[in-house]
Design a protein around this ligand. Structure first.
Ligand code: NDP
Ligand code: 2IT
Length: 454
């Protein structure tokens, strides 16, 4: 980056911070990618507010407070001992206890957990709730594992994790491969080891044991609420629109349900093996039956209805749509796919997943003026509803579905407004990436400055 004159401080500073990270974290490409995107968009804020250049706020923001890596030994159904690696990155506790999900997927490594924890810190700030940022998980692959194996793995994982978490310390939840079943086994083991019914230690719990209404639906619903807000600004809505949603897990299924409820037609969904196209609108009951009750593959959808066809090669982003919701995983939508979407007339993209669009793809969307909702804003409904679950646990209360859903919708509307106003205030109207990054940063950075050098 080159700089000139008095306006150069911000640019010089982010370049130096990033150069250090390139060096120190060179084996963590996803982490570097997430940090780079944020630092780049902070430049207008740093130029205007010299105070953020003091106290090494940026350097502290980019370095996790604590990183825990541990062995997870467990016994499979054959009686063989398996060994996995567990992680918890406690990234930033300026705004509250570390908060963020656990991911069980063979691809999990320290760099991925760090990128997720970094994003989570800014995302959680946007929710307006008192929660810091963290993330964890394991390279354990749940696919093909029996229920008993999943339980033994979760128990072993928690046997170590329990000493690091707590209602006021660190509050995990689900992410890829971790849903209500796993949260149950994790919470059960925590309760057993500590002899405490500490509901607020984990979120995504079942409704009988301290969970919140709407938490299961929250990320998908929230993503659609956010995109609906972006569309509304443009005098549009979901009604009559073709929607393509990648993934068929927790986020994707409830995004599809809400998109259809608002009048959209979801024409394609996917999993890691391929995608299905159903021009008459995806039958979500069938997807749920396949994915939720029997952990099957999306291909079965096409096997079971003549309306649909399955594509094993290629990308779901080849399917023409007005609204694209990537809800599977990081870097699943590249520059080429973004160009295809654009050619096919896409008007809005909302990231239900964390960092699903590559930097090239984000650039294509921003340059073209497509309404683009970045993950840390668009998918914040999940963690926001986790925050609402914590509120209910703290007051030993439980709220009704409609009330909780209304709170979620309000939070998403507030995040949208904050990102939009911040983008405009910093000279980039309509750029929700810049708006989300600056708004989240200012909240965390101001608090870090208030709390001193810690
Ligand atoms: P699930 O495990 O419920 O579903 C994940 C879906 O994504 C599955 O369809 C899976 O397919 C697909 N997928 C996973 N990894 C890959 C991959 N490497 N390539 C292609 N497809 C893949 O997870 P969630 O729905 O909970 O999470 C999806 C995304 O949303 C993640 O990025 C997560 O971080 C993010 N997110 C989740 C929140 C939550 O509350 N759960 C909150 C905010 C964001 P397959 O079954 O074949 O593996
Ligand atoms: O990425 C995310 O925001 C999540 N996986 C949800 C985290 C949470 O604590 O609910």
């Amino acid at each position: 980056m080159t700089t000139t004159g008095a306006e150069g401080n911000g640019l010089r500073l982010t370049a130096k911070v990033f150069a250090d990270i390139e060096q120190r974290d060179r084996h963590e490409p996803e982490f570097r990618q997430a940090v780079h995107e944020v630092l780049e968009s902070l430049e207008p804020a740093l130029e205007r507010h010299g105070e953020y250049l003091d106290g090494r706020v940026l350097e502290r923001l980019c370095e996790p407070e604590r990183q825990i890596i541990f062995r997870v030994p467990w016994t499979d159904d054959k009686g063989d001992i398996q060994v996995n690696r567990g992680f918890r990155v406690e990234f930033n506790s300026a705004l509250g206890p570390y908060k963020g999900g656990l991911r069980f997927h063979p691809s999990v490594n320290l760099g991925i957990v760090k990128f997720l924890g970094f994003e989570q810190t800014l995302k959680n700030a946007l929710t307006g709730l008192p929660i810091g940022g963290g993330k964890g998980g394991s390279d354990f692959d749940p696919k093909g594992r029996s229920d008993a194996e999943i339980m033994r793995f979760c128990q072993s994982f928690m046997t170590e994790l329990h000493r690091h978490i707590g209602e006021y310390t660190d509050v995990p939840a689900g992410d890829i491969g971790v849903g209500r079943r796993e949260i149950g086994y994790l919470f059960g083991q925590y309760k057993r080891i500590t002899n405490r019914y500490e509901s607020g230690v984990i979120t995504g719990k079942g409704l009988n044991w301290g969970g919140s209404q709407v938490r299961v639906e929250a990320t998908g619903y929230g993503t659609v609420y956010f995109v609906d807000e972006m569309l509304r600004v443009r005098g549009e809505g979901f009604g009559g629109k073709r929607v393509v949603i990648s993934g068929s897990g927790n986020v994707a299924v409830y995004a599809a349900q809400k998109a259809a409820e608002l009048g959209g037609t979801v024409v394609a969904m996917s999993d890691s093996a391929g995608y299905v196209v159903d021009e008459s609108g995806i039958d979500l009951d069938l997807v749920r039956e396949i994915k939720e009750t029997r952990a099957g593959r999306i291909k079965e959808y096409a096997d079971r209805t003549t309306r649909a066809h399955y594509v094993a090669d290629g990308t779901i982003w080849d399917v023409a749509c007005d609204i694209a919701l990537p809800c599977a995983t990081q870097n699943e939508l590249d520059g080429r796919s973004a160009a295809t979407l654009l050619r096919n007339g896409v008007i809005a993209v909302g990231e239900g997943a964390n960092m699903p669009a590559t930097p090239d793809a984000v650039k294509v969307f921003l340059d073209s003026g497509v309404a683009f909702g970045p993950g840390k804003a668009a998918n914040a409904g999940g963690v926001a509803t986790s925050g609402l679950e914590m509120q209910q646990n703290a007051s030993r209360d439980s709220w009704h579905f409609d009330y909780t859903d209304k709170r979620l919708a309000e939070i998403m509307a507030d995040i949208h407004a904050m990102c939009r106003e911040t983008a405009a205030a910093y000279g980039a109207p309509g750029n929700y990436v810049l708006g989300a990054n600056i708004a989240g940063f200012i909240k965390v950075a101001d608090t870090m400055r208030d709390l001193g050098v810690i």
